[in-house]
Design a protein. Structure first.
Length: 122
């Protein structure tokens, strides 16, 4: 299965994503903000990044842009898991390097489907 990095400033959301994906056999690492995630990414390469957008210390769009600057993350899929739904925010996220979008609140089946679909394209 895949090695996944989940980034969200809400502990409950990080734990929910981790729980759902680990039950599917994935190895999930969690970080509380974009800065911590970038530090992690510089030391470990994952198969998929799932990130919230609105976080302190580096938001998800900034994180996506910074990850795309790392050669080993040039092709790693990035999914945004967020309450944001404005088209301009989606456009900025895609321009920064995000590959997909999962709207919060989400149900576990929808998250699993998005992850499976994204990893299959990789």
């Amino acid at each position: 299965m895949a090695k996944i990095l989940a980034v969200d400033d809400m502990r409950s959301m990080r734990e929910l994503v981790k729980s759902v994906l680990e039950k599917r056999g994935h190895e999930v690492h969690i970080c509380e903000d974009g800065e911590a995630a970038l530090r992690y990414a510089r030391s470990q390469v994952v198969d998929l990044v799932i990130s919230d957008i609105n976080m302190p210390n580096r938001n998800g769009i900034e994180l996506a842009g910074a990850l795309r600057q790392l050669p080993e993350y040039a092709r790693v899929p990035i999914l945004m898991l967020t309450t944001e739904d404005a088209q301009d925010v989606k456009n900025r996220a895609r321009a920064a390097g995000a590959n997909g979008w999962i709207q919060k609140p989400f149900n576990p089946d929808r998250l699993i489907h998005a992850v499976d679909k994204t990893l299959a394209r990789k």
